[in-house]
Design a protein around this ligand. Sequence first.
Ligand code: SF4
Length: 66
Amino acid sequence: MRIQKDQHFLQEFDRYNFTWSCERCVHFDLPGDHCSLLWPHGDHLEAAARNPSVDFLIFCKEFDLN
Ligand code: SF4
């Protein structure tokens, strides 16, 4: 799923400690910086939410809370 980022979304993102990224997913190998399910993960990293040049967040259907 893809969602447009805007200021309101980013404020709520921080206020509610929104959990969605690879870094919080049980399938993510943090030291190896890769998805253990071998999905391309660049769009699902926390940095994507913080990068002002990225207009959308793209959510992963395989996300599983760690
Ligand atoms: S399953 Fe999706 S959210 Fe989880 S680490 Fe892989 S790409 Fe990231």
